[in-house]
Design a protein around this ligand. Sequence first.
Ligand code: GLA
Length: 684
Amino acid sequence: MKPFSPINSKYPELWHGGDYNPEQWSPAIWQEDMRLMDLSRFKVATVGVFSWVSLEPEEGVYTFEWLDEIMDLLHANGKFAVMATPSAAPPAWMSKKYPEILKVGSDRVRKLHGNRVNFDWSSPVYREKVRAMATKLAERYGDHPALLMWHVSNEYGGPSYSEYNRKAFIGWLQKKFDNDLAKLNAAYWTPFWGHTFTDWDQIEIPGHPLSETAIQGLTLDWNRFNTDEIVDFFLNESQPLREISPDVPITTNLMGFYGGLNAWKIAPHVDVVAWDSYPQFSQEPMSLRSWAKIAIVHDTYRCLKGGQPFMLIECTPSSSNWYPVMSLKPPGMHRLEAIQAIAHGSDSVMYFQWRQSRGSQEKLHGAVVSHGRGENSRVFRDVATVGYDLELLRDVVGGASKSEVALIYDWEVAWAIEGSCGPIQKDKGYYDTVLDHYIPLWEAGIGVDVLSSDCDLDGYKLVIAPMLHLVKPGVAERLTQFVESGGTLVATYMTGYVDENDLVFENGLLGPLQDLFGIQVEELDARFPSDTAQVVVGYNELGLDGIFQASTFCERIQATTAEVIAQYSGVWYSSEPAVTINRVGMGQAIYVASRNDNLFTDGLVHSLVSKLDIESAVPFQLPDGVSATKRTTEAGEFLFILNMTQETHWVPLPDSFHEVLSGQDLEGSLEIGPYCVAVLKPLG
Ligand code: GLA
């Protein structure tokens, strides 16, 4: 567990800052901004995100002077800049002159100018313009003393159904299928409903409302193509930055588990991964599940670059105006959200945005500086508190964390499940099932790495791969190897149905994983919500027992080499196997054939944790609603304790600790108030 380097050694701190849009304001306000930034300890300003028209108001006419002034002002005031390329907002003149740069909707109608991220990924003109602008920025600011990082574009996403993109998609398919249409037809099972293609040009972009989505393999590849096209767009845009300023790190802000871009594909091309987190603070107290939803994304983003700290590059200091109801973060919540990010591996807390815009789409969105309030607002004070905390936590920079458990969430699996007609329509619950397995670990303070199914599994004791519906080449081999060499693997219903082309495996459900689990999967019973079924767990060496409720999905399976540890009851296939364990090599592969209640999932996870001696961040049971994580740097271990409830809790302490945020030394126990956080360093 070696610590990592700071994002940029020019400023080896936890970054506190956010989107700064000075072009909306007069220079008099800029001066005031510097004063307020000092007060709120806002050190890193992300400039230029949507500034194209302010930088190039007419084609070939550049007006960088205001940005020069801002960069110098930031520098003179001891602040830093993350500079964005402005491609998320092509200027109106460009849309008018080159309408082909605009996105085409799924109705095949080209959008008119007026929104953002409204460009076509494959438009040659737009790609050229974007590259030219990135070149100008890199040449002008690449060695500016305030510059810490390039922020390429903003929240890449949203497919375009243009002819450019259709052609690019066909080119992508030709490459994938070695220019052999017969291979494509075979992979997509196109004789079904007479969908055989006889010419590449017959291929349409799948998607409502104009072209049906009946060829599910094609839909899956369309998703893959969109990710690849975005990555390609990113590479084109970022290349001048890399070439001209090789020492300046590059990132782009991603959107959690957003389905339009497989984050694993872009991660290798950025220096730091970054994401925008906007949970809805709609209930008080916010449910633990909602906190877990943030934590699981943090854990994913930490894994995207092998445990390297990521950035929380946007969050709101108060509320987000695009939710159905823009509820406020109650007092204390902002600090909790900020420190939660650090606890899970972020090296920054940054906001959208510095100052509330007076007009347009986001005039009511929360910001550090609220309308007319300067430093006199609760939100401003909350932000300043976080700024102060981050300074106290500076030794956490680069901190690594150790996980003995890996949980698989795979974008391609999500696409395949979502695109499949049946076993139920609507949401089949892939993400929620992954989350159900994450929560008991997170609640117990156990570090979890959230990986894609392509990742290396060496070193983990437990791998949980819920609903691994699509099994890519190499995955079955890796899972088998993991179990043979002593690992414990847990899988569930709907595993191994299809290959990477969405073709059901020739040997049936569970395909290449049948031997590993020692079972055959005969069929799946999809159940109405009112249909009850039970799973009865008998005596077994995991120490799990009881009667649990099953719903939605119950597979009928037969054990070949596996031991049956639970059976169905209350259904016509009662006494058939419902949970099995297969011992393979030095490890074991556990199969859960039905979607069971959380009591079962929690029980299974807890028994495995204790049986496999999986280490928690704390050697005792945490109170409900209190989480614990650990990060280690050269300065030692930092234990983060977060209370996500409205009650005060007492957390037993095994040793004496120094609490970094309050400066107190503690022994015996920690009293942690509602929504409070503590960061402990062992004493001595
Ligand atoms: C996104 C964008 C920002 C802003 C916020 C509002 O994260 O990147 O520009 O629109 O949403 O929540």
